[in-house]
Design a protein. Structure first.
Length: 295
């Protein structure tokens, strides 16, 4: 009787887990359908060529101009700027924790780094306004420090926990025999790290970078507060910018229902959805390669 009860319980649990998995896929599909259904309504009024190649996002003008290009350029600028800061810092920090830090220091560093992910994005954005922004303005002799550089620094801080955690796992998973062989040939710890350990952990490190980039692209509140919100094509990191996420957050609450402007916000959300989906799929691909390599 207990065996039958256990089998019945197993079947019920399998059904529950399968249902939750299918519900997640269905939810993702519903979001995808909603975004693209409303995007099609937008493209019946605005040419896709004008949307992707225009130079202005100004829905409040007389005729209304809806070009994603300046928003896309701003999003790419601040995201890749953050990766320029976070990737070397994150990988080197992970390498230090894994290969060089004493055990007692590791115990302290790991929770501190993971706690960075728990800081609310609004708090980091506030630091960008009151601390980083004025410092940038003073350093470069400009009137306003709310620009792409400010956003890049803050997004780098927010991406660091993801990059460091995954990169550390990748470095720790490199077989000890690789390092011992390098030491046997006369290499020191630094040579072994850069010529053996990091190349062997490369798929995992790429996965860390991709997931960190996805984190930076999807951030809203920090860039909304710290980048100046100028919906114009940026010329450099000292220009004020407005990202796709910030545009949606600012305008969606006030836009009239089912207007061209309303559907335009769904169109830029659909573009961001595709970009982040591709980046996360790439991150999963490299993570799976890393798992198979060390299986």
């Amino acid at each position: 009787m207990s065996v039958r009860r256990r089998e019945r319980t197993d079947r019920i649990l399998k059904i529950i887990f399968k249902a939750t998995g299918l519900a997640t896929i269905a939810l993702l599909g519903a979001i995808f359908f909603m975004l693209f259904y409303n995007s099609i309504a937008f493209f019946t009024h605005i040419s896709p060529i004008d949307f992707f190649t225009g130079s202005q996002w100004n829905p409040e003008s007389v005729n209304g101009t809806y070009s994603i290009f300046p928003l896309l350029a701003s999003t790419g600028l601040v995201a890749f700027g953050s990766m320029f800061i976070a990737v070397p810092l994150g990988i080197l920090t992970a390498a230090y924790i894994s290969e060089f830090a004493p055990r007692k220091l590791q115990i302290v560093l790991k929770p501190v780094i993971e706690m960075l992910a728990a800081i609310p994005s609004v708090a980091i954005g506030f630091l960008g306004i009151v601390l980083i922004g004025p410092a940038i303005a003073k350093l470069f002799g400009i009137q306003n420090g709310l620009n792409a550089l400010n956003g890049s620094i803050l997004l780098a801080v927010m991406a660091l926990p993801t990059i460091i955690t995954i990169a550390e796992d990748a470095i720790n998973a490199v077989p000890q025999t690789y390092k011992e062989a390098s030491f046997a040939l006369g290499a020191n710890k630094w040579a072994t790290l850069f010529k053996v350990t990091i190349p062997a952990a490369l798929p995992g490190l790429i996965a860390a970078v991709m997931l960190g980039l996805g984190r930076a692209l999807g951030e809203t509140m920090t860039v909304l507060m710290a980048t100046g919100n100028a919906a114009a094509l940026p010329k450099g990191f000292l220009d004020s910018i407005r990202t796709i996420t910030a545009t949606i957050a600012i305008e969606m609450g006030e836009v009239p229902y089912q207007t061209t402007h309303y559907f335009a916000l769904f169109a830029i959300a659909a573009v961001l959805f595709v970009i982040t989906l591709v980046i996360n799929l790439l991150g999963e691909y490299f993570a799976n390669r890393f798992r198979k390599f060390h299986a």
